[in-house]
Unconditional design. Structure first.
Lengths: 395, 115
C-alpha cells in the first residue's frame, strides 16, 4: 500500500522526503485497516463477546459492541493509531501544498479562462454550519477555509490528502467509485441514455469526471457549498479533459427547474449531512429528476444489513473522526428514505458494485448482469476486496 | 513573500483512548519518530541503489530517485510488522508468518537432533 501519485496536470511535485512520509502514512493505514482490524475482530469474538454474553449483555447493535470493547487494550491501540494516522494524512501533504499554493492558484486561474466547463460561485453564499464549523475527517481548515477571492488551496489539500488516505486504491485520478458505478449503470441499463447529470456534494469532482467520461454526450453539472473545492475541481476537470459545470449551491435548495436531470448522483456525501437535510435534499433530487430518471447515492452500507460488529466497525468514524452525522445516516433504512422523498417503493434500487480498479472490467460487467445486491462486512470498507454500495430510485 | 498558511491543527477536541491522555500523546510521538525513521531508511536504500547503479550519488539523483513501488511497499509492510510486534502479539490471535516459520524451524531442528 502506497500513496497514489497523482498524474493530472495540477499534480504537485513531491520532495523525496515528502513522498517517503506519505508512503509511510499509506502503509500505516494499510496495517491498521487490514492487520489490526483483523486482530480486533478476533479479540472481540474470542474475549469481548463471550464476556459480555456471560454477563447477560451480548451486544445486539454497533453501540453495544462499542460499549463492550472500548475499555479493551486492543481497541485503544487500534483507535489511537488510527486517529494519529488520520492526522498524519494531512500533515504529510501540508507542506507540499503550502509550498506550491501560489502555483496551484495561478494554474486554476489560467485554466478558468479557457474552460469548456465552468465554475459559478455565489458572493455572500451561506455555508451550512454542518460544513463550515467542522474539520470533517480531521482535515485542518475543513472544506471551506480560503485566503481571498480565488484561493483553491483547500481543494489541492483535499486532492493530495485523499491520495495518501486511499492508499492507491482508487486509481491515478482517484475516480474509481464514480467510474465503477457509472460503468455498472451503463452496462445494466444499456437503453438508458442520460442527457443531463447532476452530482451533489462533489467536492473537487473526483467522482463527477468519470460520469462525464462514461457518458460523453451528457451535460454534467456538479454542486457543492465549498468554494475552494469547486475552483480546484473545475481546473482539475479541465485538465482531465472533461467539461463539467460546477456551481456553489446547497443540495437542500437546488436552483434548478423541476424535471431537468436524468441522473442525480452523489458519492460519500449523505453521511456528512444531518438527517433533516438529507430528507430535504432527497425531495429536491426527486423534484429535479425527469420521469424515468435515476437518483443514485454511493454510500457506506446501512447498519441494518450488517452484523452488530460490522456496524460498530464502520461507525468508528462517527465517534472519532469528526463525522457526527455518519451513524445517524447509517441507522436509516435507505428504502424508506427514498419512498419518504416521493419515489415509488417498487422503483427503489440497491447495488453492490465491484471496484473497477481492484477487480477489473470483467467483474463489473458480470455484476451488472447478475441481479442480487449482496452486502457483507467488506462492502464499502477499504479492505482487501473492495466493492461499492449504492442506493437510489427511478422516478 | 508571506503566503497565508494552511492551518496545522484540527478544530475540535482530540479524542483520547488511554486512561492517561499523555499515553495517547506519547504514541503520537513514537509514530512520528517511526515515520522519520522510515524516511531515513528510504534514503539509505536509495543511496545504496544509486551506488550500485552508478558508483556515485548526487543530491539531485537522490531527490529524483523513485523506488520500485512493489518492493518498497513490501519492505514498509514488513517494517511495520516489526514495529508493532508487541501489539499484535498481545492480541495473540494471529500467528505471524515469522512466528510460524520460527516454530517450523525449531521443530525441524528438534527432529534432526533427536533423530
Ligand atoms: C466527503 S465529501 C464528498 C466527496 C465527493 N463526492 C467524492 O466523491 O469525492 C462531502 C462534501 O459535501 C459537501 N456538502 C456538505 N453539505 C452540503 C450541502 N448541504 N450541499 C452541498 N454540498 C454539501 C461538503 O462541502 C463536501 O465537499
Amino acid at each position: 500500500m502506497a500513496t497514489q501519485q497523482l498524474r493530472h496536470e495540477l499534480a504537485l511535485s513531491r520532495t523525496f522526503d515528502e513522498a517517503a512520509r506519505q508512503d509511510f502514512v499509506s502503509a500505516l493505514r494499510g496495517f491498521i485497516l487490514h492487520d489490526m482490524a483483523a486482530d480486533m475482530r478476533a479479540v472481540y469474538e474470542r474475549d469481548v463477546k463471550p464476556q459480555a454474553a456471560a454477563a447477560g449483555r451480548e451486544p445486539k447493535n454497533g453501540s453495544e459492541v462499542h460499549a463492550a470493547i472500548r475499555e479493551h487494550d486492543y481497541f485503544r491501540f487500534y483507535s489511537a493509531l488510527r486517529v494519529n494516522a488520520q492526522e498524519m494524512v494531512w500533515d504529510s501533504v501540508r507542506d507540499q501544498v503550502q509550498r506550491q499554493r501560489g502555483q496551484v492558484n495561478d494554474e486554476v486561474r489560467r485554466r478558468a479562462q479557457k474552460a469548456r466547463g465552468s465554475v459559478t460561485l455565489q458572493p455572500g453564499f451561506e455555508v451550512p454550519k454542518s460544513v463550515g464549523s467542522l474539520d470533517v475527517h480531521l482535515m485542518p481548515g475543513g472544506y471551506v477555509a480560503e485566503a481571498g477571492q480565488d484561493d483553491a488551496t483547500q481543494g489541492a489539500f483535499y486532492d493530495n490528502g485523499a491520495a495518501v488516505f486511499f492508499m492507491g486504491l482508487l486509481g491515478e485520478d482517484q475516480g474509481d467509485i464514480g467510474r465503477s458505478i457509472a460503468r455498472f449503470v451503463h452496462r445494466r441499463f444499456p437503453d438508458f441514455r442520460p442527457a443531463r447529470i447532476l452530482d451533489l456534494g462533489c467536492t473537487i469532482g473526483h467522482n463527477t469526471v468519470p460520469w462525464a467520461q462514461e457518458y460523453p454526450e451528457a451535460e454534467v453539472y456538479a454542486i457543492d457549498v465549498a468554494a475552494p473545492a469547486l475552483r480546484y475541481g473545475s481546473a482539475r476537470a479541465e485538465a482531465l479533459g472533461a467539461p463539467v459545470h460546477f456551481r456553489q449551491m446547497d443540495a437542500t435548495k437546488l436552483d434548478y427547474p423541476d424535471e431537468s436531470f436524468d441522473v442525480v448522483w452523489s458519492s460519500m456525501f449523505l453521511h456528512e449531512v444531518p438527517l433533516k437535510s438529507i430528507r430535504r435534499l432527497l425531495k429536491e433530487a426527486h423534484r429535479v429528476l425527469k420521469k424515468g430518471g435515476l437518483m443514485l447515492h454511493m454510500e457506506l452500507p446501512p447498519n441494518r444489513s450488517l452484523s452488530p460488529y460490522d456496524g460498530f466497525y464502520l461507525d468508528w468514524d462517527s465517534w472519532y473522526n469528526a463525522e457526527p452525522f455518519y451513524k445517524t445516516f447509517r441507522d436509516q433504512d435507505p428504502r424508506a428514505l427514498c419512498t419518504e422523498a416521493g419515489f415509488a417503493p417498487d422503483k427503489v434500487e440497491e447495488f453492490v458494485v465491484p471496484s473497477l480498479n481492484f477487480y477489473g472490467e470483467d467483474a463489473v460487467h458480470a455484476a451488472a448482469e447478475h441481479r442480487e445486491a449482496v452486502v457483507d462486512g467488506d462492502t464499502g470498507r477499504l479492505a482487501s476486496g473492495i466493492s461499492w454500495y449504492a442506493f437510489g430510485a427511478w422516478k | 513573500m508571506s503566503e497565508p498558511s494552511i492551518p496545522r491543527y484540527t478544530r475540535g477536541r482530540r479524542p483520547h483512548f488511554f486512561e492517561d491522555p499523555a499515553t495517547d500523546q506519547l504514541l503520537g510521538i513514537v509514530l512520528a519518530v517511526t515515520q522519520e525513521l522510515s524516511v531515513l531508511r528510504d534514503r539509505v536504500d536509495a543511496i545504496h541503489a544509486l551506488l550500485d547503479r552508478k558508483g556515485v550519488v548526487t543530491r539531485e539523483d537522490l531527490e529524483n530517485f523513485v523506488p520500485d513501488p512493489a518492493a518498497s511497499a513490501a519492505e514498509r509492510a514488513a517494517y511495520l510488522q516489526r514495529v508493532f510486534r508487541v501489539i499484535r502479539n498481545e492480541a495473540g490471535v494471529v500467528p505471524s508468518a515469522e512466528a510460524e516459520q520460527h516454530a517450523a524451524t525449531v521443530e525441524k531442528q528438534l527432529s534432526t537432533t533427536e533423530g
